[in-house]
Design a binder for this molecule. Sequence first.
Ligand SMILES: Nc1ncnc2c1ncn2[C@@H]1O[C@H](COP(=O)(O)OP(=O)(O)O)[C@@H](O)[C@H]1O
Ligand SMILES: [Mg+2]
Length: 276
Amino acid sequence: MSLQIEDLSAGYGRLEVLHGVSVNVEAGAIAAIVGANGAGKTTLLGAVSGLLRASAGSVRLGDRDVTRLGAESIAAAGLAHVPENRLVFPTLSLDDNLTLGAWTRRRQRGSKSELATRRAQVLAYFPRLADRLTQPAGTLSGGEQQMLAVGRGLMARPSVLILDEPSLGLAPLVIREIFAALGRLRTDEGLAILLVEQNVRAAFKVADHAYVMDRGRVLMEGEPSTLLADERVQQAYLGGGYVRVSAAETESDRPVRSPAVRVEGDEDRAHEGDRP
Ligand SMILES: Nc1ncnc2c1ncn2[C@@H]1O[C@H](COP(=O)(O)OP(=O)(O)O)[C@@H](O)[C@H]1O
Ligand SMILES: [Mg+2]
């Protein structure tokens, strides 16, 4: 099921933050949205998942217009939102956290055996969670908590997954593991995945399509490799002050499309090119 965001405007009270944003994610594809702090990325996800009311425009899941629905109904329609602070229930076990994820789509929660089947499927994407089922979620590492937050979203068998900066504060290896799982979910389950990130390199590596947001608008969109090579994008990143991009180096194991690029200021060179 695709996610189509068309001309969406939203904000807080009288403050309009999004000014007509259009983003499209096909089933079986990952779209990345990057942009500096305050660009409106989190606001966009809130408006998509029904936490915020859109003032104009539309959100569609497949053929269904969900613009006016509340968060619970949108979740029931097949959207899972993994918010930015990996909100796990710290005193509950990892397993109980997962089980709670299945409840967000109440009517389709299904039988105990269906739940067990789904749990096993989800754990296969994040094998290191499988060894920690009884552990209180609050005692997991940051990376494990993020995996759990994603896994909990997956328990409801969504068709569309939206994630807000899942890599934030995590080590490069763990980021790679999580993004690799997203790549597999895209392929195996045909999920439409919308990934909001400030880690441009990691996000663009896994994404099929990319958007740059700035001050509540989509500034540019295109293939990740094309965007990275674009001078205006480089300017935007430099303006954001968190990443420098230069056309230079060939990444070894990625199918090279258009000009190969390297992101400077990245400590994870050793793992360059591990596209999931
Ligand atoms: N709850 C809120 N109330 C008022 N303004 C907000 C609120 N949340 C975010 N904003 C404003 O909306 C703009 C976009 O914020 P946000 O969507 O969080 O950006 P990003 O996720 O890209 O960093 C910012 O100017 C921010 O100050
Ligand atoms: Mg944000």
